[in-house]
Design a protein around this ligand. Structure first.
Ligand code: TXE
Length: 499
């Protein structure tokens, strides 16, 4: 682990301008925004915000790179090499990326080193493997006016993909959008989060070295309401891949409706973690603790509704409270820190309001609940017990280290509670009964279900949800499908078949 002072020096090596058309552009940089370190509340960097001319320039250049340029002529094998090369370049710089994430987001570096960066590299390598395997099918079809036909399908890149990422895990979530789109042959224009743009800008600085021709990948830093909105409204964008809030997701869906452009929307969740009486309770408490406290709870799949069988309720709650007490809140650059700061002051206020609503609604605060008296956007790891599923803290995504514990009496009730949510992204079950695990997994309304382990990540698995959690899937083969259009080709043959 590097020292904070050394880490802060690293920021100076990161470009702070829009990157498109194969170069950095600060010439139009009338508008800038500050990136604030959530731990020190100090300015880390001032970044040039991409304006209308940049958005238009990036999208138009991406379009021509696809239609008439080198990127459109690049075959799958070459795209695979480039993606692998990019994965290598990121892997070699794991330490730099992880350090920048700690500064940008306030999260402990061990999480970036153990999860975000390996997952990023894995996603690029996994999709490098798909790049030359995007195949069509040959389909037997009927005769046409008595003449034989030959039909097949091909998958072609959707076109220019606008990728809009959130601040909680911008490197990894960025890779989930960029890697499948580039593998499929799309051009990507990335709008990173204004709160945490640094690793996306660092990624842009590697793109040329990885061998990608100009226009294949662009990064347009800027505020969501300005740069983001300009990008999603741009008619040259064929698909919008978005991860963020349902409110902004709705704006994306509206913008995409003009021209019926494609979308992939990942809009967070209020994911249940069901702890059955037969679970290994120590193991479950550890896993449930990770599920709600990892990344300060700023995780779309955070297991924030903790449903516990009444028979083991008291015992489990005690174990989980220990997990919360063991969390060491602090500066990511201090030895032993296991939880960092929330992203910004606005978010601390938002999470604090949720905590206040839990108290008002009569839930019992077991641990945490306060903003420590120190600099930085910290909130203590917090657990509420004796909650009901109708309370605001059980219905709305808090996106902070706040778990709501609810008791259940029967398997039926556990499933009903788990599914009684406006969201449907992820669910976790803790049980030693294999049959129960698989039957309940099938009954869960969620895009991903984990059994005896919270949210295992793997780019081979499709990722996404439904209801308020959004639509579409990224990753796995679904990631390729989501970035390609399927075309059917039928040839009417003039050469007669033998009778
Ligand atoms: O999200 P926004 P915010 C949830 C979480 C969090 C809440 C608000 O509950 O507390 O959303 O976070 C860009 N056109 N999630 O305000 O606004 C923005 O610049 C185009 C869950 O940060 O949705 C950023 O890059 N883009 C989620 C991205 O959208 C726009 C992760 C997300 O920001 C835009 C993040 C616009 N009009 C927040 N407005 C998850 N699914 O994990 C904003 N953006």
């Amino acid at each position: 682990m590097v020292a904070r002072s050394e880490a802060e020096q690293l920021v100076r090596t990161v470009p702070t301008e829009p990157y498109y058309a194969g170069g950095w552009d600060s010439s139009r940089g009338a508008d800038t925004f500050d990136v604030i370190d959530p731990v020190t509340e100090r300015r880390l960097a001032t970044v040039v915000a991409a304006g209308a001319a940049d958005v238009d320039g990036a999208v138009s250049f991406a379009r021509s790179a696809l239609d008439d340029g080198a990127w459109g002529r690049t075959d799958g094998t070459a795209r695979g090499y480039m993606l692998n090369r990019l994965a290598d370049l990121i892997e070699e710089r794991t330490e730099v990326f992880a350090t920048l994430e700690s500064l940008d987001i306030g999260k402990p570096g061990f999480e970036s080193r153990a999860i975000d960066l390996p997952q990023t590299v894995h996603a690029f390598r996994y999709f490098a493997g798909w790049a030359d395997k995007v195949e069509g099918r040959s389909i037997p079809t009927s005769a046409y006016m008595g003449r034989p036909t030959h039909s097949y399908t091909v998958r072609e890149p959707v076109g220019v993909v606008a990728a809009i990422t959130p601040w909680n895990s911008p490197t990894m979530i960025g890779a989930w959008k960029i890697a499948p789109a580039l593998a499929a042959g799309c051009a990507v224009v990335l709008k990173p989060p204004e709160d945490a743009p640094l690793t996306s800008l660092l990624l842009a600085s590697l793109i040329e070295e990885a061998g990608f021709p100009a226009g294949a990948f662009s990064v347009l830093p800027g505020r969501g309401a300005v740069t983001g909105q300009l990008l999603i409204d741009h008619p040259g964008v064929d698909k919008i891949s978005f991860t963020g809030s349902p409110e902004t997701g709705y704006k994306v869906a509206l913008a995409a409706a003009k021209g019926f452009r494609r979308t992939t929307l990942e809009l967070g969740g209020k994911s249940p973690q069901i702890v059955y009486a037969d679970a290994d309770l120590d193991e479950a408490a550890r896993g449930v603790g990770i599920g709600i406290f990892a990344n300060q709870g700023e995780v779309c799949a955070a297991g924030s509704r903790i449903l516990v069988a009444r028979a083991v309720y008291d015992e489990f709650v005690e174990l989980l409270v220990d997990q919360a007490r063991n969390v060491k809140l602090g500066d990511p650059f201090d030895e032993g820190t296991t939880m960092g700061a929330l992203i910004n002051e606005r978010h601390v206020d938002r999470v604090s309001r949720y905590i206040a609503s839990g108290l008002d609604d009569g839930a019992r605060l077991l641990v945490g609940g306060h903003r420590p008296e120190r600099k930085g956007y910290f909130i203590e790891p917090t657990l509420f017990a004796e909650a009901s599923n109708s309370m605001t803290i059980a219905r709305q995504e808090i996106f902070g280290p706040v778990g709501t514990i609810i008791a259940f009496d029967s398997d039926e009730e556990a499933v009903a509670l788990a599914n009684d949510s406006d969201y449907a992204l992820a669910a976790t079950l803790w049980t030693c009964d294999v049959s129960r695990a698989h039957v309940v997994a099938r009954r869960m309304k969620a895009g991903a279900v984990a059994i005896n382990g919270w949210s295992p990540l793997d780019p081979r698995l499709p990722w996404g949800g439904f209801k308020l959690s959004g639509q579409g899937r990224e990753l796995g083969w679904s990631g390729i499908e989501a970035n390609t259009e399927e075309k059917a080709v039928t040839a009417v043959l003039s050469y007669p078949l033998p009778r």
